[in-house]
Design a protein around this ligand. Structure first.
Ligand code: AMP
Length: 285
């Protein structure tokens, strides 16, 4: 087992990865914003199994938050995260501060068009430009062979794939299945915001998505199941629904009767938390 090395400067990160590459070792990168849970650790396990070295980055990226209060309140516990990464036998924790990532004078943007017009792109303006920028930087800083992203943030995964392809970044982007609590709730750092009562109500989001997916793949009445889903969410205390939709996994066009792989997507507020989730929808047989 290695001791976890915590790196905070790009200079040191480059020196470390140069040594690995000189020794012919492959590198996996797992980008995160910290407050690590078993979903993140599943990405880590995949990277460890498929690469000689694994870097986990923790950077709460100010550019992808569209509300200062959300950025401020985001859970942070680097010591606990480092302990989990040490336990998981990760090689490097890359934890730059905001000035190292965005030094004074920073002026570049990375904006992926098309697939960012809907879902979280429509409800959180600027969010995906912030994500695309920081992921571009993280990939170019560590130059991994493979980088790991959760399907829990499916639109983000597709934005990252598009960006890496469009910018010819030589990395393989791997999507990893969503890790859930026993009652179906997708693990998320944002679940920390939930009160006990909200936590008990939260799994309805996954159940509504599952209903939508089953109805759609059986060729049923999608509009009706979505209307019923909205009602179920409201009854359980969800106060605002950003979206509840079925979309194609490649084009992100709205789908009623899937003939190609699609997914059911949801984003909704429960107390202080904005929860997002999605499930696969099989094409109608
Ligand atoms: P975050 O720290 O929330 O930005 O997430 C970092 C990475 O972990 C992203 O690629 C997420 O999609 C992924 N992730 C977050 N939650 C889960 C989960 N429950 N299962 C699998 N991957 C996840």
């Amino acid at each position: 087992m290695n001791t976890l090395k915590i790196i905070r400067t790009l200079r040191e990160l480059r020196a470390c990865t140069a040594e690995w590459r000189a020794a012919g070792e492959t590198v996996g990168l797992v980008p995160t914003m910290g407050a690590l849970h078993d979903g993140h650790l599943s990405l880590v396990r995949n990277s460890k199994a498929q690469n000689d070295r694994t870097i986990v980055s923790i950077f709460v990226n100010p550019k992808q938050f569209n509300q200062a209060s959300d950025l401020e309140a985001y859970p942070r516990d680097e010591a606990a995260d480092a302990a989990k990464l040490e336990q998981a036998d990760v090689d490097v924790l890359w934890a730059p501060d905001a000035d190292e990532m965005y030094p004074p004078g920073f002026a570049t943007t990375v904006d992926v068009g098309g697939i960012t017009d809907c879902l979280c792109g429509a409800t959180r303006p600027g969010h995906f430009a912030g994500v695309a920028l920081v992921v571009t930087k993280l990939l170019l800083q560590s130059l991994p062979d493979r980088a790991y992203f959760g399907r829990k943030d499916f639109q983000q995964l597709q934005v990252v794939r598009r960006m890496a392809r469009d910018l010819d970044i030589p990395v393989e982007i791997r999507g990893i299945d969503t890790v859930r609590e026993r009652d179906g709730l997708a693990m998320s750092s944002r679940n920390w915001y939930l009160t006990e009562e909200e936590r008990a109500a939260a799994p309805i989001l996954f159940r509504v998505l599952t209903d939508m997916a089953e109805t759609a793949s059986q060729g049923g009445d999608v509009e009706r199941v979505i209307a019923r889903g909205r009602q179920k969410l409201a009854d359980k205390g969800f106060a605002g629904i950003d979206y509840l939709e079925i979309r194609d996994v490649e084009t992100f066009e709205l789908v009623r009767r899937p003939v190609r792989p699609a997914r059911a997507f949801a984003a909704a507020f429960l107390g202080k938390a904005r929860l997002i989730d999605n499930v696969p929808v099989d094409p109608v047989a």
